[in-house]
Design a protein around this ligand. Structure first.
Ligand code: UDX
Length: 467
């Protein structure tokens, strides 16, 4: 919304939320989220044509277009628990819009939603306010965190789905298209029917996640055979039909979208009697879980099959660099795996505050596919096993091993010689993001594991014959 305000000075944008602390933060000097470039955009427009307010109903009543960007988490109980999207917030937003509207409105789905949500929303709106015309559009967002502003300034495409079959639907599509046309070239604005737009968002995230699971599955085979996953990715990505992006092996993908959207896709397939398709996509998540547990197993088996009481430095906790977001970060599962093996963790992340790290590690993990139950590590165990510190040198001092779990740039240029000198020997580095210079670190004396790379001779001899 801030970018729309920046690019369209003639349009007044009001961002509303029921949370007072959140709106207060958006109106303050310190914005509530870390996103490179966002401060600048907000500062340029705030108070001009961009406003943050708790007056939800008043602003919605006055608006011509309402973008609904509420949370659509995975349902945690009831029908479809663990897979279906929870549309509680969406439904109450739609009811509120119907209640307060006195003039026609275009209601835009910005949140990622299951296919056919627009139909349900349409019913809620039109049945609760009979005198007013509502047009529903689906306008899914494709920005990635950390590069949000650049992605919005220069998007690969903008997708607008609407009721193309009616003149009023076409008019609504054009109204939204005209807004984006202020800065996005016409040919990059794709207009489709509602269902195609809704499904395209789920499909795009599923395809992206699938690429990562594909390369991560290859990384396991690389380690077993002596191939180097970076070389394999490079060679594969040179095929113009495949392309080079999103082929970096990692400890696993995280973020608020991939897992949630695939689970949702799986649920929709099951509901539509397509179990084979559902199972196909489920596998993308299973490989992601496998990759995280494979990393923990590799670490423990390399360190004489025990990390009990050993200090492990965790470098990076967010799900990717340049964000403080920890939703579904692989670091949660890796840290929990190490805590279960009774390691002592010293965690450092440049952007994630201590209280967020503790909250994430204390939260029970749902494992719906396996047992339908939750795996809980005692709160006391978490408190006793984790310390959060403020820099990488403090984290690594006296540590038996270092785990790189987020690819923050600062981890590439650390003084690893100094770090090595402050660690008991053998000193290990387990790089879950392939950012360290393996050759240089081995020269210093480290035993280095890097995802999908030829194994250190030391690690080979420590691996159990059968995994
Ligand atoms: C994603 C989609 O990219 C975006 O289009 C959508 O709107 C929201 O979901 P985001 O979750 O912000 O964006 O981050 P993204 O850059 O896609 O990374 C997701 C995860 O995949 C991260 O944990 C990242 O580290 C991991 N990843 C990405 C890899 O492991 N390897 C890669 O090659 C790329």
């Amino acid at each position: 919304m801030a970018v729309i305000a920046l690019k369209c000075p003639s349009i007044e944008v009001a961002v509303v939320d029921i949370s007072v602390p959140r709106i207060t933060a958006w109106n303050s000097e310190k914005l509530p989220i870390y996103e490179p470039g966002l401060d600048d955009v907000v500062k340029k427009c705030r108070g001009r044509n961009l406003f943050f307010s708790n007056e939800v109903e008043k602003n919605v009543a006055q608006a011509d277009i309402v973008f609904v960007s509420v949370n659509t988490p995975t349902k945690s109980s009831g029908l479809g628990a663990g897979k279906a999207a929870d549309l509680t917030y969406w439904e109450s937003a739609a009811r509120m819009i119907a209640d307060v509207s006195k003039s026609s409105k275009i209601v835009v789905e910005k949140s990622t939603v299951p296919v056919k949500t627009a139909e349900a929303i349409e019913k809620i709106l039109t049945h609760n306010n009979k005198g007013i015309e509502f047009q529903i559009l689906s306008n899914p967002e494709f920005l990635a965190e950390g590069t949000a502003i650049a992605d919005l300034f220069d998007p690969d495409r903008v997708l607008i789905g609407g009721r193309e079959e009616t003149p009023a639907g076409l008019k609504a599509i054009k109204t939204l298209k005209d807004i984006y046309a202020h800065w996005v070239p016409q040919e990059r604005i794709i207009c489709t029917n509602l269902w195609s737009a809704e499904l395209s968002k789920l499909a795009a995230n599923a395809f992206l996640a699938q690429r990562i699971s594909s390369v991560n599955s290859m990384s396991a085979l690389c380690e077993a055979t002596g191939a180097d996953v970076t070389q394999v990715s490079y060679s594969v990505g040179k095929d113009s039909r495949i392309g080079p992006k999103f082929l970096s092996a990692s400890v696993g993908f995280g973020g608020s979208c991939f897992q949630k959207d695939i689970l949702n896709l799986v649920y929709i397939c099951e509901c539509n009697g397509l179990p084979e398709v559902a199972n196909y996509w489920k596998q993308v998540i299973k490989i992601n879980d496998y990759q995280k547990s494979r990393f923990v197993n590799r670490l423990v088996s390399s360190m004489f099959n025990t990390v009990s009481g050993k200090k492990i430095a965790i470098l990076g906790f967010s799900f990717k660099k340049d964000t403080g977001d920890t939703r579904e970060t692989p670091a949660i599962d890796v840290c929990r795996g190490l805590i279960m093996d009774r390691a002592q963790l010293i965690i450092y992340d440049p952007q994630v505050p201590e209280e967020q790290i503790m909250k994430d590690l204390l939260m029970p993990k749902c494992d719906w596919d396996q047992t339908g139950s939750t795996i809980q590590i005692g709160e006391e165990t978490v408190w006793q096993s984790v310390k959060v510190v403020h820099n990488a040198y403090e984290a690594t001092k006296d540590a038996h091993a270092i785990c790189v779990l987020t690819e923050w740039d600062e981890f590439k240029s650390l003084d690893y010689k100094k770090i090595f000198d402050n660690m008991p020997k053998p000193a290990y580095v387990f790089d879950g993001r392939n950012i360290v210079d393996v050759g240089k670190l081995r020269q210093i004396g480290f035993i280095v594991y890097s995802i999908g790379k030829p194994l250190d001779p030391w690690l080979k001899s420590e691996m159990p014959a059968v995994a």
